[in-house]
Design a protein around this ligand. Structure first.
Ligand SMILES: [Zn+2]
Length: 418
């Protein structure tokens, strides 16, 4: 519900954030600093929080798969739009030199393909629409492996993860429960269309086995490193802005954001191997006091795709490695047109206006209309909400995502231009 979890490439169009990405990234948040010594790390490692040492040798498989022109276009225009330190990536005529580790001055050399006719096929574990066999009109998603990622945890964790608010004595709004509801409506629709659907989370519980207490020591080290020499153990007042400097708050965020998202990414990348991951969110921010929230008339939708890494994110060896791997697996060629098609389908169904994602933490309050529709819950058919006949907000979300997928795959997998 806040925009920090989806602060990726701005892509117009938000009420929901659908991160249509093929690898879930644990996006950096709040604290930037070199490795906090995860198990087995070495001196000079420079990793994101709870990050793993990158296996650069994996990139050998991508030698000769991308041309100089494509690489030189994707790096500045899609992935590194905020710039980066000059020693991180050096693009030459036939090769690119990518920094593996600054302290040891190790570099990875990527060799470009001469041209498009001689370039080698791109190795990958997910299948672009074009490589899927043609499908019958009523089963446009046949064989497609889709993983659904209902954002956040919900349930008893909703307050801790600050995805909870309540108006007077109404039903509390918990983003993790809303997203799971949408996923459960979406899954049977996608299966009817032929897709193989798996859930990254199918209950209001974390998939990480860790809990906040497991991160108390790491939280303390992080705070000390960030200039809080003697961090307090606990939050005294939940509205106190200094709560972020407590061990409790830091250990909680290490649990529900970093550990949980990294576990989800591992599940996707090492076990499920889907062709597509849909990360479902209901975005809103800054409603003030969670027990007395401020509602608003404005509402919008946006879809996010991976890109636009910050210069400070690219300083981390693991983040840089993942970014380069995404460039080389040519994810963007698939996720941009797919996200675009889904965004148009959602805009069409919901009538929501396009939206420029804020680059600062500007305030987006909870919409009055959305609040009324969430309170109305799920129902079949149409119902009058604030004077307009609408489907339930959950069905509208699920249906419009399914519509977008149908449109994209019907068109993309039938065309035989490659
Ligand atoms: Zn969210």
């Amino acid at each position: 519900m806040t925009n920090d979890d989806g602060r990726r490439m701005p892509f117009r169009h938000s009420r929901f954030v659908i991160l249509s990405s093929f690898v879930i990234r644990a996006s950096s948040f709040l604290i930037f600093f070199p490795s906090m010594f995860p198990a087995g790390s070495r001196a000079g490692d420079n990793l994101g929080i709870l990050g793993a040492n990158p296996r650069w040798s994996v990139l050998e498989k991508y030698q000769g798969t991308i041309t100089h022109d494509d690489f030189s276009r994707l790096i500045p225009n899609v992935y590194c739009t905020h710039g980066f330190a000059p020693d991180l990536i050096e693009i030459n005529e036939k090769t690119a030199r990518i920094l593996m580790n600054r302290e040891s001055q190790k570099f990875f050399t990527l060799r470009f393909a001469e041209d498009d006719t001689t370039r080698k096929p791109v190795p990958r574990l997910w299948r672009p629409a074009k490589t899927l066999p043609p499908a019958k009109a009523d089963k446009p998603l046949v064989g497609l492996k889709i993983a659904l990622d209902p954002g956040h945890l919900g349930g008893k964790w909703a307050k801790m993860e600050e995805r909870w608010f309540q108006v007077d004595s109404s039903q509390p709004v918990q983003e993790g429960d809303l997203t799971l509801r949408v996923a459960r409506l979406l899954a049977p629709r996608l299966r009817e269309l032929g897709a193989k659907v798996s859930f990254i989370r199918n209950r209001n519980e974390p998939i990480t086995a860790k809990r906040p207490d497991d991160f108390r020591e790491l939280a303390r080290k992080i705070l000390i490193k960030n200039g809080v020499p003697q961090p307090r153990a606990d939050v005294l007042d939940p509205n106190d802005p200094a709560k972020e400097q407590t061990i409790r708050w830091q250990s909680q965020i290490l649990f529900y954001r970093y550990s949980e998202i990294r576990r989800r990414a591992a599940l996707v990348n090492f076990k499920l191997h889907p062709d597509l991951v849909l990360c479902l969110h209901f975005n809103a921010e800054g409603w003030g006091d969670a027990n007395n929230p401020t509602l608003t008339d404005t509402n919008h939708l946006h879809v996010l795709v991976n890109g636009s890494y910050l210069a400070e994110e690219l300083e981390f060896d693991d983040e840089r490695f993942e970014m380069i791997r995404r460039v080389l697996s040519r994810v963007y060629d698939e996720e941009l047109p797919l996200a675009d098609t889904i965004a148009v389908a959602i805009a069409h169904t919901t009538g929501l206006p396009p939206y420029q994602y804020p680059t600062t933490n500007s305030t987006t309050k909870v919409s009055k209309d959305v609040f009324a529709r969430i309170q109305a819950g799920d129902y079949e058919g149409m119902r009058n909400v604030n004077g307009v006949e609408r489907k339930s907000i959950f069905r509208e979300y699920a249906d419009s995502v399914a519509d977008g997928l149908v449109q994209y795959y019907s068109k993309a997998r039938c065309s035989r231009d490659r």
